[in-house]
Ligand binder design. Structure first.
Ligand code: ZN
Ligand code: ZN
Length: 367
């Protein structure tokens, strides 16, 4: 089968024929229908996120179960699935306390380049390839851990389901699950890419009165208005602070979501929130970079600063739920798909992503 392989840093992806073995016990073979292009893949291609190579990248995918290995009971051949890059164990303290996105078995192994068991099922000319984020979705098929398969309804398009595997859930969950946006809230979302736009949608659905999206790119601001933002701001020419104060009687936003991963914008998000406000950080800053905010205000204003990984979701509960909301017309996830590509064009997709032309680019596969 064909797959896009990263042979080494800064070499782009090469689409070649690879071999796929399995599924072994506890594993599932999935025929992919679509996979999204995520900035994390790009950061791996440049070496900014270290992950072993040669590897089949891709971690935002959905498809149809082709075959299941011994002992697999959660899914069967023919089931539609979203793939979760946290194949959570189900019994560690995090899984047991309702925070499976932080699973202590899966998370430490995320960048090891294998399945949770340490197995590898991919090879090229007889030499083993590494997996990526347990999923390796830049391929026609993949073999994953059973726990990575989130069974979903089969009447939603796989390109939309694929986005629920990363960007859509990350953004929606930052607003709804971690930020706990409520009716009447004022929410500011910094950065309007796939994650930021999903946060805008989530905040709007949760009943926010004002949803302010901040992004220097005009196209992204337009997309934000199209998915539920009530106001948009160009940070280069407009004063976001003045706007938020004018909308909130001088108080500030109830929830600020930072999706760009820039330390100075985390500080900005902190400044834009009201007393008791919540700052949700979703973008991952460069390794080792500290973020700062005024210490006295943290205490005196009782602000809550929190990270959010994978939308702080419970994958097997929230992903099907997000797709129900989409299917019922309440969460326009299809609007995230700006452009689709073939597997052969995948590097063009990354060029478009870097040029800021995409909310999300999606590679269509056979599915
Ligand atoms: Zn991602
Ligand atoms: Zn666990």
């Amino acid at each position: 089968m064909r797959a896009a392989v990263l042979f080494g840093e800064n070499q782009g992806l090469e689409v070649v024929d690879v071999e796929l073995a399995g599924p072994g016990p506890g594993e599932v073979r999935v025929r992919l229908g679509a996979t999204g292009l995520c900035a994390s893949d790009w950061h791996t291609m440049t070496g900014a996120i270290p992950s072993p190579t040669p590897a089949v990248l891709g971690h935002e995918g959905a498809g149809v179960v082709e075959a299941v290995g011994e002992g697999v009971s959660r899914v069967a051949a023919g089931d539609h699935v979203v793939l979760s890059w946290v194949p959570n164990c189900g019994y560690c303290r995090y899984c047991e306390s309702g925070r499976p996105n932080l699973c202590s078995k899966a998370m430490p192994a995320l960048l090891a380049g294998t399945l949770v068991s340490g197995a590898r099922r991919l090879s090229y000319n007889g030499e083993p390839l590494y997996h990526y984020s347990f999923l390796s979705t830049f391929a026609e098929e993949t073999v994953v851990d059973e726990a990575a398969c989130v069974k979903i309804r089969d009447d939603v398009p796989l390109p939309v389901a694929a986005l629920v595997g990363c960007a859509a859930t990350t953004g929606y969950g930052a607003a709804v699950l971690r930020g706990r946006v409520g009716p009447g809230d004022t929410v500011v979302v910094i950065g309007a890419g796939g994650v930021g736009l999903s946060a805008v949608m989530g905040a709007a659905l949760a009943g926010a009165r004002h949803v302010v999206a901040v992004d220097p790119r005009a196209t992204k601001r337009e997309w934000a208005l199209d998915v539920g933002a009530t106001h948009v701001v160009d940070p280069g020419t407009e004063d976001v602070d003045a706007l938020i104060r004018s909308l909130t009687d001088g108080d500030g936003a109830d929830v600020a979501i930072e999706s760009a991963g820039r330390p100075e914008l985390v500080t900005r998000a902190f400044e834009l929130t009201c007393r008791g406000g919540t700052i949700v950080c979703v973008g991952i800053p460069e390794a080792g970079s500290p973020v700062s905010f005024p210490g006295p205000d943290l205490v005196r204003h009782e602000k809550v600063v929190t990270g959010s990984l994978y939308g702080s979701c419970q994958m097997h509960v929230d992903m099907p739920r997000i797709l129900d909301l989409y299917a019922e017309g309440r969460l326009p996830l299809d609007k995230l798909v700006t452009k689709s590509y073939t597997l052969d064009d995948i590097n063009v997709g990354f060029e478009d992503m870097l040029a800021g032309r995409l909310a999300r680019g999606v590679v269509l596969l056979a599915g």
